[in-house]
Design a binder for this molecule. Structure first.
Ligand SMILES: [Zn+2]
Length: 440
């Protein structure tokens, strides 16, 4: 259900096993001081914000929701996901460029219709909440109305949402191209109406370098330079054929990343999806810019794009968050994506701890976005975007949990074996926004 009609209790306390992070866990560390685990504690929420935690039950002035024996996490943050692509999730047999033309572009054309855009935005955000994702950085389509629909639907749900009309003025079919002048007018209007309103923020949204002319990229860079509070989102170096195409289209650029860098699109509020095929200079530029890479493992595996080297990113010093990239990704579930992330790292001989993965989907993403004061942890004063999960469902996961000897083993097994079906309750700003109908 979507509990849009439920009232907001002034003082709310949730009991369960509280897990969040106070800092960034060191790569590979099983025992990390950055992990804050408070089993059987009450999480206190006042006026929609985290007010603290304690072992003893709060008095009767608090509305109490007892989830003893369950896991309570900050809501997940998906830093790269496409609203209109729910319709093409799980599409067979294509690499990136072919997949865009065969599946994605036809799905996106329909979002020129305001009714389709509104329905799609509502369905998409409800799906995020049903997967325990309470904040996201989202691609709509090229159509202004698709961004408006997402902003409006997120405002109704009280969600933290970063999005913006997609810029693409070439190499896309009829009905999916804009032009520089109209796109600039649309961006300025959307920024004025939505950026900084409620929990909404505008992202200058370049689909990827091949679908924007140099003039449009320059316009996008000018928007970013004019207002440092704007986000920027795009794709970079996902697939080798794509990288080769960008080299043809931008022969004077040093690299794919440089196409963005020289237009002023790399800054601390920039989110670049994938970043698989980057060289050492690109990594240095990324680290110096403060931009982050959204690691999209299920998409990278599904489309055969490549294996992102997370430890190399750590050595270079740029930030990495976790993302689903649906519909190239195969699930909105962050657990499923983190499991794929573990496998991607394992293929290169690295081991991603549950701490690294869960941090990248909560506090790490929040810090990379500059939003750690609002989301990603149970720090006092942050908004109470909180999800309650079953530790296990079904005999296999339950048996696995029973033999887990220490905390990382228990949480890693949860990350590996659970998905959205284990979600018990999803709160946004202290208000229940999703509770599954478990049939009882
Ligand atoms: Zn994407």
């Amino acid at each position: 259900m979507t509990a849009s009609t439920s009232s907001l209790p002034c003082r709310l306390a949730l009991k369960g096993d509280l897990l969040d992070f106070t800092a960034s866990p060191a790569w590979g560390a099983i025992d990390s001081p950055a992990v804050r685990f408070q089993p059987g504690h009450w999480l206190l929420i006042e006026a929609g914000r985290i007010a603290g935690s304690q072992l003893e039950a709060p008095d009767e002035t608090w509305e109490r929701h007892d989830h003893s024996g369950r896991l309570i996490l900050p809501g997940f943050i998906d830093t790269h996901v496409h609203c209109p692509q729910l319709d093409v999730i799980g599409s067979y047999g294509a690499e990136l460029l072919d997949w865009l033309n065969r599946y994605t572009f036809p799905a996106e054309i329909r979002y020129s219709d305001p009714a389709v855009a509104k329905f799609g935005a509502e369905r998409f955000l409800d799906a995020l909440l049903a997967h325990g994702t309470t904040a996201a950085v989202v691609f709509p389509t090229v159509h202004k109305v698709s961004a408006e629909a997402l902003f409006e639907a997120a405002a109704v749900r009280g969600m933290r949402l970063v999005t913006g009309k997609v810029l693409m003025d070439r190499h896309a079919p009829d009905g999916l191209r804009d032009d520089v002048e109209q796109a600039e007018r649309d961006c300025i209007d959307l920024i004025a109406r939505f950026h900084g309103r409620d929990r909404l923020a505008y992202a200058v949204t370049v689909r990827f370098a091949p679908t924007s002319t140099p003039a449009q990229l320059a316009m996008a860079g000018a928007l970013c330079r004019a207002d440092a509070s704007l986000f920027m989102q795009t794709h970079v170096a996902e697939n080798r054929a794509e990288v080769a195409w960008v080299a043809e289209l931008f022969p004077t650029a040093r690299s794919y990343l440089d196409v963005y860098a020289r237009e002023g699109l790399l800054h601390p509020r920039a989110v670049l999806a994938h970043g698989i095929w980057l060289d050492d200079e690109d990594k240095r530029v990324l680290a110096a810019s403060g931009a982050q890479v959204a690691f999209c493992p299920s998409s990278n595996l599904f489309l055969g794009s490549g294996l992102f080297d997370w430890p190399a990113a750590q050595r270079a010093g740029f930030q990495v968050s976790a993302a689903s990239d649906v519909g190239g990704g195969t699930s909105l579930s962050m657990q499923r994506n983190l499991l794929d992330g573990y496998k991607v790292q394992a293929m290169a001989g690295h081991r991603m701890t549950a701490w690294a993965g869960l941090h990248a989907a909560t506090r790490g993403a929040a810090e990379a976005l500059g939003l750690a004061h609002e989301i990603g942890s149970f720090d006092v004063g942050t908004l109470a975007d909180v999800c309650v999960w079953d530790w296990a469902s079904g005999p296999v996961a339950q048996a696995r949990q029973q033999v887990a000897r220490e905390l990382h083993e228990k949480v890693f097994a949860w990350m590996t074996l659970s998905d959205e079906r284990d979600l018990v309750s999803c709160y946004v700003g202290g208000k229940v926004r999703f509770q599954p109908d478990k049939g009882h």
